[in-house]
Design a protein around this ligand. Sequence first.
Ligand SMILES: Cc1cc2nc3c(=O)[nH]c(=O)nc-3n(C[C@H](O)[C@H](O)[C@H](O)COP(=O)(O)OP(=O)(O)OC[C@H]3O[C@@H](n4cnc5c(N)ncnc54)[C@H](O)[C@@H]3O)c2cc1C
Length: 566
Amino acid sequence: MSTRLTIAARDRAIRGMQGTELDVLVVGGGVVGAGAALDAASRGLTTAIVDARDWASGTSSRSSKLIHGGLRYLEMLDFGLVREALRERALLIGHLAPHLVRPVPFLYPLAHRGWERPYVGAGVLLYDTMGSLTGPSRGLPMHRHLSKRAALLEAPCLRPDALTGAIRYWDAQVDDARHTLTVVRTAVAYGALAANRTRVTRYVRDGDRVVGADLVDMETGDAFTVRARQVVNATGVWTDEVQRLAATRTDLRVRASKGVHLVVPRERLDLLSGLILRTESSVLFIIPWGRFWIIGTTDTDWHLDLAHPAASAHDIDYLLTQVNSVVRTPLSRDDVVGVYAGLRPLLSGTAESTAKLSREHVVGRPAPGLVVIAGGKYTTYRLMAKDAVDQAVLGLGRDVPPSCTEDVPLLGAHGWAAVQNRRDQYAHQYGLNVNQIDRLLHRYGNLIEEVLAPLAGDPGLAAALPGTPDYLRAEALYAATSEGALHLEDVLTRRTRVSIETWDRGAAAAPVVAELVGPILGWDRQRQEAEVEKYQARVAAERGSQCQPDDDSANAVRIGNAELTG
Ligand SMILES: Cc1cc2nc3c(=O)[nH]c(=O)nc-3n(C[C@H](O)[C@H](O)[C@H](O)COP(=O)(O)OP(=O)(O)OC[C@H]3O[C@@H](n4cnc5c(N)ncnc54)[C@H](O)[C@@H]3O)c2cc1C
């Protein structure tokens, strides 16, 4: 079966969903829904997944992109969560997604003499020990204690008076949007029907029982109904809203907490590894990200537009102030290439501040035929998915095999070591350098040949998109031919990260990409121009919101023309 997410495949999927009674319909194509679709499909269940917008367009493209146990959850004595997450980290690095999930070193600077080194050292030792008990595939080096001198060699950008020494430890990172998309494609490889930009507007009921959903194809406006024995609501911060469509009472409440990240050029911070800094309420990460650093994050309640969380000037200044409290040469707004904001789907509790709410997940069964899953972390998506599908299986009332996703590598992972060993051949074959091949391997794994095959007919596809040294035209094309991109924004924001990695936020790349993908997506000249205009309006709205002093004004500017900006 082809795993390419083409327009034709999407149309077939939409038709296929209507032609049968499914075992499982998954609502929400973030990482949790994608994981649930893969879990269900790989158990042999007839499965479909839909998302109202693009795959991963909610929280799952806007995280800190760490696959981690969460060192700070140890301090909250949340050992169960840390152990589970470290095990997932081992599975992902080991064999589920070794091409996408990469080890990353962090420096934990110590600011106090005496108590801090033994305290933090014990925590990091426990973290590493728990990690090493998760299996032989863990593959990360153990932590090391560093003197002040050694720490400053590793992090020359730090002010000498900001630290007394440091501890270096290892975690892992992933491009979250690409990973989620890969989970969707893997689910499709196991038979799932997948349609992005397809919104659930109502649950269909038979008495108490939920027996399907009404949907709208947001591309055509066509409404249709899908029958399913079990519906799984995996809609993150939209959980309450989507639950209301079922008109059932549930105690499960999800609240949104906004987290903002800045993207800064690598050369602006003289640093050999990532940094984790304590703040008054939480921690701040400086995370290596290709030619950039990602700096984040904030943690504040958000009650405004869920689809377009806006970063305000206050958020940006807060992050800059935190970093500037420890570096020799302060960062300014002029150093910020990109900004993004995401919403944490936190289970409602009684804790006063969002930073203290549990990151663990819950699965509910508010009505027969309906399962709801919420909370959790990106890292634990596979477990969340398994728990949700286990609940759905109970409702199916027949024998279904247990979850097997622990043994189901994601697309691109197969033969990873051997594929890496072919770097030089690929470089020679496609006329690229080995660094370019290496970068592509970590984005596409063994699908690299699919991405680069069109170069044979058009060597110009090896050129980089304007404004970016890294992203090849072939990657933009592949986004449309194989990765389900339906709009310019999908290509520039999630299939690639041009929107946060270029000074003009993709303005120069936009018309070039529109021309490349237009013929694939059936766009005439007018439609190409409209897509470019819409993308530019989105960039302008985001830039405008980032100059506003607070959430209300930033939200007003961001959604002022949401109709136009998407
Ligand atoms: C700032 C920040 C940093 C984070 N950092 C990390 C980290 O480093 N590591 C980590 O492990 N976790 C991290 N997290 C948490 C993690 O990102 C989330 O837990 C995870 O991405 C949530 O995924 P989800 O699938 O539940 O939700 P989402 O990704 O939001 O997916 C829900 C989907 O449902 C769709 N939807 C909504 N309504 C409908 C409808 N009516 N019909 C169809 N579809 C619908 C939406 O379009 C959306 O795509 C972070 C979160 C934030 C906000």
